[in-house]
Design a protein around this ligand. Structure first.
Ligand SMILES: [Cu+2]
Length: 132
């Protein structure tokens, strides 16, 4: 290997290292929307399902995908302080993704807010969202 070739190789290696380093440093600052998937459905006449029962995310932007495997329409709602926010609604057999919502640290109730045929939340269509 002559000196010119060694110098050229070094430049490539250093250049790649610099690019990787820049990439690694840029990532934590980039806005990241976390994705949470909730699957709901019916199990028998009176039992409604909501999975997972507990989800943990970091504070920041979160979008929710509601996968409805049931025979009825359902939604996923969140209780923010005293306000109930409906995130996504999905017709029977369909999926919907919410707009990202900004969430601060805390533990939140997430549930289906529909009451057709009886309160869905009370019948099991509920879970906890832990935001760290
Ligand atoms: Cu429901």
């Amino acid at each position: 290997m002559n000196k010119k070739l060694i110098a050229a190789s070094l430049t490539v290696v250093l250049g790649a290292g610099y690019a990787l380093n820049t990439f690694a440093q840029a990532r934590p600052d980039a806005p990241v929307t976390q994705k949470v998937m909730i699957t709901v459905g019916e199990s028998g006449k009176d039992v409604l399902t909501f999975e997972p029962k507990e989800v943990t995310v970091n504070s920041g932007k979160v979008e929710f995908t509601l996968v409805n495997k049931g025979q009825n329409n359902h939604n996923v709602s969140i209780k923010l302080k005293d306000k109930e926010v409906r995130l996504a609604r999905a017709e029977a057999g369909k999926s919907t993704t919410s707009e990202p919502v900004e969430l601060a640290a805390g533990t939140y109730d997430i549930y289906c807010a529909f009451t057709s045929g009886g309160n869905h939340k009370e019948r099991g269509m509920a879970g906890k969202l832990i935001v760290k």
